[in-house]
Design a protein around this ligand. Structure first.
Ligand code: Q0N
Length: 321
């Protein structure tokens, strides 16, 4: 089916939704995702920001989730700082950026990272430790690029014999598309493919291990890489609930649906509404917004072991010690 005719969220969002969070008018805008915006500081440096927007069933909802952008940025910073892989993070202190006003700094602090500008490698590097989402759909309907080497007889949400690297192409609109190893090698070259696979599996293993120690399963995740000064570099946001599937370990069992930490609550509420999953989505009532916010904060605290109240570091509530 041509992309333009596909049902629901694969249509571009209405203009006003797309523009709503371009809120740093003093900086040139470089790129947008559904919920992220990238601006230029100088030719070598970008400002990577996470908004409070949320998408569900591929549609951007009209209500924002307060603090969601800070939660996601806090998780990215946590993992960038923990990881040994070279990455694009410069820092999160915005106070020395001449182009930003005090009001910009106040609204961006905690939700923005200064990053090195990279030449983006056009392959999404997905690692899966469990069989779920598009990989499960492929597997149960007879196999496809992501699941071609898996044994028979696995169940939905099963733990895989070993984590698998399942590259995908970046679709400009709609879902990414899983591609075969051969296709990925054609896009990036054999040596780069092998480096991407090795780094992706290694970072996944480190993060999954870290999460497991805190009672959380990292079911799958997506990385992006680029070139900075000729060196392979991890870019984008990393290991956030938007780029990863996290499950509370005590709620997982093979053979059944596994509720994701963050979005399950809002998806369940949307499913209880009469809505055909095409824009415009129903308005979230305040208690659903608040409940979703609580889930994001719970995810942050479970995964990092830190209190969200203490984020960002150096930012203390009035009267605090
Ligand atoms: C960049 N994208 C991907 C999320 C997805 N360090 C960088 N240097 C140059 N370009 C990029 C980065 C990074 N990160 C990555 N687009 C530009 C698409 N993004 C768009 C925003 O939402």
């Amino acid at each position: 089916m041509p992309r333009a005719l596909r049902p629901n969220g694969e249509r571009p969002e209405p203009r006003q939704l797309r523009l709503r969070c371009r809120r740093v008018p003093s900086l040139p805008h470089v790129a947008s995702g559904k919920v992220r915006e990238i601006y230029e500081i100088d030719p070598d440096t970008l400002l990577f920001t996470a908004t409070d927007r949320i998408s569900a069933f591929d549609v951007i909802l009209r209500q924002e989730i307060p603090d969601k952008g800070r939660v996601l940025t806090g998780l990215s910073l946590h993992f960038f700082e923990m990881m040994s892989m070279r990455n694009h993070l410069i820092g999160a202190d915005l106070t020395a950026i001449a182009q930003l006003t005090d009001a910009d700094i106040a609204s961006l602090t905690g939700r923005a990272m200064l990053v090195r500008r990279a030449e983006v490698i056009p392959v999404e590097c997905v690692v899966r430790g469990y069989l779920y989402g598009s990989a499960w759909d492929e597997y149960r309907t007879g196999g496809g690029p992501a699941t071609e080497h898996l044994p028979d007889g696995l169940l939905m949400a099963d733990k895989l014999p070993a984590p698998i690297f399942t590259p995908a192409t970046k679709a400009t609109v709609g879902h990414d598309e899983n591609i075969t190893e051969t296709q990925a090698r054609e896009i990036v070259g054999g040596d780069v493919f092998e480096a991407l696979r090795a780094h992706s599996l290694d970072i996944y293993a480190q993060a999954a291990d870290h999460a497991a120690g805190r009672g959380v399963i990292l079911a799958d995740t997506k990385f992006e890489f680029g070139w900075v000064d000729g060196e392979l570099t991890l870019i984008d946001e990393v290991l956030t609930p938007d780029s990863s599937r996290y499950w509370p370990a005590d709620q997982w069992a093979p053979g059944r649906e596994a509720p994701s930490f963050d979005k399950q609550y809002v998806r369940e509420w949307l499913s209880s509404e009469r809505w055909d999953r095409r824009p415009p989505p129903p308005d979230l009532p305040p208690e659903v917004v608040a409940g979703t916010r609580d889930r994001y904060i719970e995810a942050y605290e479970a995964i990092t072991g830190a209190k969200f109240n203490d984020y960002p570091p150096g930012d203390h509530p009035p009267g605090g010690g």
